[in-house]
Design a protein around this ligand. Structure first.
Ligand code: FMN
Length: 193
C-alpha cells in the first residue's frame, strides 16, 4: 500500500513538472506571420454545437486576421444530446449530409476550417461544407476540437477526398476549447504548418 502511494506521488510529481515545462515552452511562443499567409485573403469557417470550436475559431481569426463565418444548418439538430447523437449515428451510417446555408468562399485564398469531432470523425455539417464548395487554387487549413479520440489519418484522407484538394495543411487537434494558453497553442501550430 505504502509502495503504491509512493508510486502515485512520483507519477503526479512528473506530471506536474511536464505540465510546467509545457506551459513555459508555450509562454515563449511568438507569432510571425508565415510566408504562405502573407498578402492572402483568409477566411475562417467553423461549425460548433456547444461553443468549443467557435472559441478556437475566434482565437485563430484574432491571430491570423481575415474574415470568420459560421456554418449554419437549414434544419438544426435536436437540443437533447441523446436524440442528437442517435440522429448523427443514423446519418453517418446512411452517408447522409445535412443541408447547410451557403457560404461564399470565392474571394478567399486560404480557408481555415474548424469542426468538432463526432464519432471519431469530422462533423457532418463541415463535411457538407467541404463537399459543397470549390477549393480549386485555395489552401485548406483544418482544425478540430475533441475530447481526445479521433481517427486523425482517416480525417485527413476524407478532407482530401471531399475537396479534391492537394493543398491541405497539417491540421490542429485541440482538446475541447484549448483549456489554457489557447492562443499560444494556435501560434505553435501555425508556426509548424
Ligand atoms: C455526437 C458527438 C460525438 C462526439 N464524438 C467524439 C469522439 O468520437 N471523439 C472525441 O474525442 N470527442 C467526441 N465528441 C466531443 C466533441 O468533439 C468535443 O466536445 C468538441 O470540442 C465539441 O465542439 P463544439 O463545442 O464546437 O460543438 C463528440 C461530441 C458529440 C456531441
Amino acid at each position: 500500500m505504502k509502495f503504491l502511494l509512493k508510486g502515485i506521488l512520483i507519477l503526479l510529481f512528473f506530471l506536474l513538472i511536464t505540465t510546467i515545462c509545457k506551459i513555459n515552452e508555450l509562454k515563449n511562443v511568438q507569432y510571425n506571420q508565415p510566408e504562405f499567409l502573407s498578402d492572402k485573403k483568409i477566411l475562417t469557417v467553423y461549425y460548433s454545437n456547444i461553443g468549443n470550436t467557435k472559441n478556437v475559431a475566434q482565437n485563430i481569426n484574432y491571430i491570423v486576421g481575415g474574415d470568420i463565418k459560421e456554418i449554419e444548418l437549414v434544419e438544426k439538430y435536436p437540443n437533447n444530446i441523446f436524440t442528437m447523437s442517435k440522429l448523427i449515428r443514423k446519418q453517418m451510417k446512411e452517408g447522409y449530409l445535412p443541408r447547410i446555408k451557403d457560404i461564399d468562399i470565392s474571394n478567399y485564398d486560404i480557408i481555415i476550417v474548424g469542426s468538432p469531432i463526432w464519432n471519431f470523425s469530422m462533423s457532418l455539417p463541415v463535411k457538407a461544407f467541404l463537399k459543397n464548395n470549390n477549393f480549386e487554387n485555395k489552401t485548406i487549413i483544418p482544425f478540430f476540437t475533441y475530447s481526445g479520440v479521433a481517427k486523425k489519418n482517416r480525417i485527413v484522407e476524407e478532407t482530401k477526398k471531399l475537396t479534391n484538394s492537394k493543398n491541405i495543411k497539417k491540421p490542429l487537434f485541440m482538446f475541447e476549447n484549448g483549456i489554457c494558453l489557447i492562443k499560444q497553442q494556435i501560434i505553435k501550430w501555425i508556426n509548424n504548418i
